[in-house]
Design a protein around this ligand. Structure first.
Ligand code: NDP
Length: 332
């Protein structure tokens, strides 16, 4: 089978398009014939070696397709099932072996490309808005990189809850998308100071929560726009890692809460995984959540997908290797 393998960490050129044997399932695993694999920032970190992964490895942590083989102890999953998963390495390939307990069945009305676009970023947006800081109607959230993969989904979920959404983006094109997703206010944070603008938009009161995936360039100023006892949910570092800081800073800024959550800790049990996936699939089926699949690359062009993601050019979701038409998905 074809796969994208990393033998040595590095830039996009470290991604080798290669031939590997089709994996055989261990007793607790199922093998999935991948129809679509999601491209995510974590794949960049794994490729670069920022997160340590034993070498060599096949990239990718999100996929959807059809089960082609099951191990002797794999429960609840059968050959022919349409399934999706995340947080298991190896989806940049034609086939991947996945622990059966990490697979969720895709509802009939949801395409495989939509499912691949949902598992990591959709469930992330869901846990952020519903569990990390459970947003309420009439509260205000500041969402950075609002036209990104997680961003567009999080804006829609916050809007559907009834919260006021202040969104930051870098370009007018991204501003339009964030507005269509339900953002009430847009700040072009590459042109104006988001701290001053957020204070102005909230009449000096500050927001209840900041959802920050940008990190290095936004974190510190973000602490200045949160109301007393509000929360900073720092869930990524697209601009770089946040440097260490003194916890006394949180006292000075208003007894703030800071968390650095990760999806894995919000889908710990099979029950939680299935419940969260079902909630997001339900939003897609009811039309409350629209996916924006910006580009589908052939597997062989995975390196280009990484270059595009890192260059800050992309909006919404990037997929690899899908056999399905993007027109089939519920997007705008
Ligand atoms: P995005 O589609 O959001 O892409 C990143 C965006 O970040 C860019 O489009 C850009 O938006 C913004 N950005 C700001 N500064 C930079 C910079 N210097 N270089 C590149 N981009 C920059 O990616 P994802 O939705 O895939 O992921 C967003 C972040 O969330 C990542 O950091 C990822 O690791 C994290 N994440 C965390 C999870 C968790 O559970 N903790 C789960 C999923 C993702 P703009 O041009 O508008 O500024």
């Amino acid at each position: 089978m074809k796969a994208i393998q990393i033998k040595q960490p590095g830039g996009p050129e470290a991604m080798e398009f290669t031939d590997l044997p089709v994996p055989q399932p261990k007793p607790n695993e199922a093998v999935v014939k991948i129809a679509a694999a999601g491209v995510n920032f974590i794949d960049v970190y794994n490729r670069e070696g920022r997160y340590k992964v034993p070498l060599p490895f096949v990239l990718g942590q999100e996929g959807a397709g059809v089960v082609s083989a099951v191990g002797t102890e794999a429960r609840e999953i059968a050959v022919g099932d349409r399934v999706a998963y995340t947080n298991v390495l190896g989806s940049y390939a034609e086939y991947a072996a996945v622990p059966a307990e990490r697979l969720v069945k895709i509802p009939a009305e949801v395409s495989e490309s939509a499912a691949a676009a949902t598992m990591l970023q959709g469930m992330t947006a869901h846990y952020l808005a519903h569990d990390t800081y459970p947003l309420k109607k009439s509260e205000t959230a500041l969402i950075h990189a609002a036209a990104g993969g997680v961003g567009l989904l999080l804006v829609q979920m916050a809007h559907n809850i009834g919260a006021r959404v202040i969104a930051t983006v870098s370009t007018e094109e991204k501003a339009k998308l964030a507005r269509e997703a339900g953002a009430d206010e847009i700040i072009l944070y590459t042109h104006s100071d988001f701290e001053a603008e957020t204070k102005r938009l909230t009449g000096g009161k500050g927001v209840d929560v900041v959802y920050d995936s940008v990190g290095k360039t936004t974190f510190e100023k973000g602490l200045n726009v949160i109301r007393p006892r509000g929360m900073m949910a720092l869930f990524g570092g697209s601009s770089g890692a946040v440097p260490p800081f003194d916890p006394m800073l949180l006292t000075q800024k208003g007894s703030l809460y800071v968390t650095r959550p990760s999806l894995g800790h919000y889908v710990i049990t099979r029950e939680e995984l299935q419940g969260r996936a079902a909630a997001v699939f339900g939003m897609i089926r009811s039309g409350k959540l629209k996916l924006r699949i910006e580009h589908v690359y052939p597997l062989a062009d995975a390196a280009q997908a990484h270059r595009d993601l890192e260059s800050r050019k992309t909006t919404g979701k990037l997929l690899l290797n899908t056999e399905l038409s993007v027109a089939e998905t519920n997007q705008w």
